[in-house]
Design a protein around this ligand. Sequence first.
Ligand code: AHG
Ligand code: MN
Ligand code: MN
Length: 331
Amino acid sequence: MSKLTTLHEFIVAKQKDFPFASGELSRLLNDIALAAKIVSNDVRKAGLVDHILGAQGGQNVQGEEQQKLDVVADEAFIRAFENGGEVCGIASEENDDFLAFQSDTAKKGNYVVLFDPLDGSSNIDVNVSIGTIFSIYRRISPNGTLATLDDMLQSGEQQVAAGYVLYGSSTILVYTTGNGVNGFTLDPAIGEFFLSHPEMRMPENGRIYSVNEGNLNDFEPTLRAYISYCQSNENQTGKPYSGRYIGSLVADFHRNLIKGGIYIYPAVPSAPQGRLRLLYECNPLAFIAEQAGGLATDGKNRILEIKPSQLHQRVGFYIGSKQMVEKAMGL
Ligand code: AHG
Ligand code: MN
Ligand code: MN
């Protein structure tokens, strides 16, 4: 039997690849793994524990109903970052404003993390895959001070690491530090992530398209033409592609990363800027897609080059296999 590599061993072995090889980013990634295990455990109990399943009763800044597990996950990750010592501030989908951590230790942290604690949360109550998405930056503000909004509003190109945790049929953590993409599956019996998907590559082309087709009539003509192409015999496979739409971006992306495919959520009248959030949904997945050989755009521009102006900014999103994204953009 070949030797198993734990996430911790992998992070330590790769530390020399990091832009600032002081061990801080390694510790931060381990903090994320710890929070991921806690949330995974909560997600697995969702149907059992009455007070975990169901609506929290509040609304987040975007007027969406918060599920209890959204809040549980948000708090678990915030706690891990606040106590870990490497992070000076965070922004998350579930908090209107960013949080600047107040302790002296946290003020000396060199990183900020932007995250979606639970993506696809409308799927919690129906036992369908959900996930956590995260994006890590070096702070711009001076070490020793409070984190600022400018620390949060960096363009995706500045990310030093990004990843996601998918609570699916198993729990998998996938991340990049800019040297390729690797995936680690959680063995729940012993609470350890093991390297299961080394050096992940997104196939250049695929035969899966993922869109909310309920919005089809609102798509602009180029995109409608692309969807018709996917459904026709005129594509490179000579038969219609398969439509697959889970409604959890992170799960749709993970499948397309492995099998080849495209996910599209364009701007539509009901979401005129797009549905998905640039800072904690699109940027981290765009970084991973590019590192795996894929592409991510807003339909025209590369996602990672967009200069953000707001924490909860939305954007149209085309992500997936390189040739499919190019074709969908009409190139
Ligand atoms: P979140 O649960 O974090 O708010 O994100 C939901 C997102 C994304 O995961 C999913 O692909 C998309 O919203 C689904 O939107 P529609 O229901 O409009 O298809
Ligand atoms: Mn989300
Ligand atoms: Mn969410």
